[in-house]
Design a protein around this ligand. Structure first.
Ligand SMILES: NC(=O)c1ccc[n+]([C@@H]2O[C@H](COP(=O)([O-])OP(=O)(O)OC[C@H]3O[C@@H](n4cnc5c(N)ncnc54)[C@H](OP(=O)(O)O)[C@@H]3O)[C@@H](O)[C@H]2O)c1
Length: 331
């Protein structure tokens, strides 16, 4: 299999390399691209050194089975359409194509069937959205979801490497705000992205619009509040959900504990530091909401893994399996 990663030196790109290694995949070609800043840097794949190349107009004229884009929306817009001329599947981590009706927005455990026979660009959803829709899809199927009110507690790595550097410098005493509108150390910031005319931020709107698209349910009422917190890795979400049907709490817990991609905690909870290297969306503190048609739960996921790299690699894996490029032994 021939694979390229654009943005290989970033938080998500490096984690993609890790996730591909965890599948024990032995690609025939693995080309790593980044900006001119990283040209010549050495990254390792299964102990094999690979030199990072500068992304240029001709880099992606080669044939690849899979090209992962993880270098922001501008790079995706500029290079993904032309990469399609020579490659089969482009998996983009940015928000560039997510709202395009012609581009599938995939969480394989929910709508991986859209990949069957597909060639083109696939969008990887927003990090908080991926971890939230995994449990919501299970509950929607059983009880018919009507409304979601969610507040997020999002790690600084969600802003890329610059977010981690900003927090680390402030922890060491820097008074500079870095990439955030306010200091992030010893603080929380109720702004992720830019504010729109309706008062919501772009991050909050992504959670609403992308959840509608993945669940193919535009009628679900969704209100999100996205907050940055001084955590390095791991987004936490407080989710309140209302349903058409009455909810059986024990049954809901059982459904969540059996669902793929989810780890359910019965009488305990998980924190971002407890995630380790988990690729699962973790659900705990499940309880009834204001009545028997509503639920509350706490949802924690590693934003760079399940929120980005692991979901992207899961998309590649699901597509490759359906296309007969790999077999089940790569798990
Ligand atoms: N971090 C998360 O939790 C997360 C979650 C979901 C989605 N995403 C999305 O994933 C993408 C990458 O995020 P990240 O967190 O990995 O960011 P990051 O740590 O800032 O890394 C950005 C990567 O893009 C590369 N890049 C920047 N400009 C480029 C150019 N002109 N040509 C080629 N490569 C270029 C950088 O290369 P250099 O090292 O050479 O600068 C680096 O490899 C973004 O679209 C982000 O929105 C991130």
């Amino acid at each position: 299999m021939k694979i390229a990663i654009v943005g290989a030196t970033g938080e998500v790109g490096r984690m993609m390399i890790t996730c591909l290694q965890e599948l024990n995949l032995q690609p025939e070609v693995l080309d790593l691209y980044a900006s001119a800043r990283s040209r010549g840097e050495i990254l390792y794949y299964l102990d094999k050194p690979t030199v990072v190349q500068e992304l240029t107009e001709i880099s992606l004229s080669k044939h690849y089975d899979y090209v992962f884009f993880s270098a922001g929306g501008g790079v995706a817009h500029a290079y993904a359409p032309s990469a399609l001329q020579s490659s089969e599947l482009i998996i983009d981590n940015s928000s560039a194509f997510r709202q395009d009706a012609a581009i599938p927005l995939i969480v394989p455990q929910i709508n991986g069937d859209l990949l069957l026979g597909y060639q083109g660009i696939v969008a990887n959803p927003n990090c908080s959205t991926i971890q939230m829709v995994l449990p919501l899809a299970v509950l929607d199927k059983e009880y018919h979801l009507n409304k979601v009110v969610v507040s997020t507690y999002q790690a600084v790595s969600g802003s890329g490497h610059g977010g981690i550097q900003t927090l680390e410098k402030q922890r060491q005493g820097s008074k500079l705000k870095g990439i955030y509108p306010e200091p992030i150390d010893l603080n929380v910031i109720p702004q992720i992205g830019v504010f729109l005319d309706n008062g919501y931020s772009t991050e909050e709107e992504k959670m609403r619009i992308e959840t509608h698209k993945i669940l193919t349910r535009d009628d679900i009422a969704i209100s999100a509040t996205a907050v940055r917190v001084p955590v390095i890795y791991g987004h936490s979400l407080s989710v309140y959900a209302e349903f058409e049907q009455e909810v059986d709490l024990a049954q809901a817990a059982k459904l969540l504990s059996q669902a793929p991609g989810i780890k359910y905690h019965e009488n305990s909870y998980i924190t971002p530091l407890g995630l380790g290297e988990s690729n699962l969306s973790q659900v705990c503190r499940l309880r009834l909401g204001v009545d028997s048609r509503s639920l509350c739960f706490w949802n924690v996921g590693h934003n760079v893994r399940i929120g980005a790299a692991a979901n992207a690699v899961n998309i590649m894996y699901a597509h490759a399996l359906q296309a007969g490029k790999i077999d089940e032994s790569h798990v």
